[in-house]
Design a protein around this ligand. Structure first.
Ligand code: URA
Length: 282
């Protein structure tokens, strides 16, 4: 696809580490579509979180301790609410805030429900909260979040905006795994109804799935043996999640470690932009 970039978008791309190259027209007019050709270091600008959705008060169950050994005693997880599929945004956010369906509730400081415009056309799905997200109750507020914000700004999206620039950002897991370990399959399974309901309520025109846990959670019903497919092989195609187009891309934390793949992430964003434009507005 071709994507005409204005000066602001070019600046954002520079900040995300993707150099924009465009040949000068013989007349001296630079009228060719810009192409990403090169990678550079991750941005270091401090992040200013812009929260749109109010945060619900999180219930953190008290851990029980063995009186002899002082070791934490695992508590029995309680069931998920039965009526998630009928919840509106506030009810869903309250349900997540009080969720004790898996052991992650014991270590959390905050649940991380999601942020952005609940009318947005774009949904970005990440993996799970890290330390900063757990402290602030908002997804992608650390270094990976700065990169994500710059990538989104390069295609005209902003987590603090509404309307055409609006985007909603959520994770597969709403609670931080201890020491940022990978999500466990049973944790993903417990949290899945919350993400499913977020998609139903949002009805986005495009979902951008960042990293293998987002891809696996969203595409497990439509892509056979997805757990065995490398993320790179899921890129460049338009998948489906409950009727919504899904584009798979690299997780920003991976891109911070592997900046040479930022140009591929930029190509994924351009594909998502192209697909979103072709989906009729709801
Ligand atoms: N990584 C994620 O996948 N989500 C966050 O919210 C932060 C880091």
């Amino acid at each position: 696809m071709s994507l005409e970039l204005d000066a602001r978008q070019r600046a954002m791309l520079e900040e995300m580490g993707v150099r924009v190259w465009s040949p000068l027209h013989p007349s001296g007019m630079d009228d060719a579509p810009a192409r990403a050709t090169h990678e550079a270091a991750a941005p270091t600008r401090p992040h200013a979180p812009e929260t749109v959705a109010p945060r619900a008060t999180t219930t953190r169950p008290e851990a029980q301790f063995d009186s002899q050994t002082a070791a934490p005693v695992p508590t029995v997880a309680s069931a998920l609410p039965a009526d998630i599929a009928a919840m509106d945004w506030p009810a869903l956010q309250q349900a997540v805030a009080g969720c004790q369906a898996c052991g992650l509730c014991q270590g959390r400081k905050n649940t991380v429900f999601g942020v952005g415009d609940t009318q947005a056309r774009w949904l970005v799905v990440g993996e799970a909260p890290g330390e900063n997200e757990d402290l602030q109750g908002e997804p992608f507020v650390g270094q990976a979040g700065q990169l994500l914000d710059n990538m989104l700004k390069a295609v005209g999206l902003n987590r603090g905006a509404t309307g055409a620039q609006g985007v909603y950002i959520a994770n597969v897991l709403k609670c931080r795994p201890p020491a940022n370990r990978n999500p466990q399959p049973e944790e993903v399974a417990k949290c899945e109804p919350y993400l499913r309901r977020q998609v139903e309520l949002l009805q986005p025109q495009i979902i951008l799935a960042l990293g293998r846990f987002a891809a696996q959670s969203l595409l497990q019903a439509t892509v056979p043996d997805i757990a065995t497919i490398p993320l790179g092989k899921l890129r460049g195609q338009v998948h489906q999640y409950n009727g919504v187009p899904v584009i798979v891309s690299y997780h920003p934390a991976y891109l911070l470690r592997t900046p040479q793949d930022k140009a591929k992430a930029w190509a994924d964003l351009c594909l998502a932009l192209d697909v979103a434009k072709r989906v009729p507005a709801r």
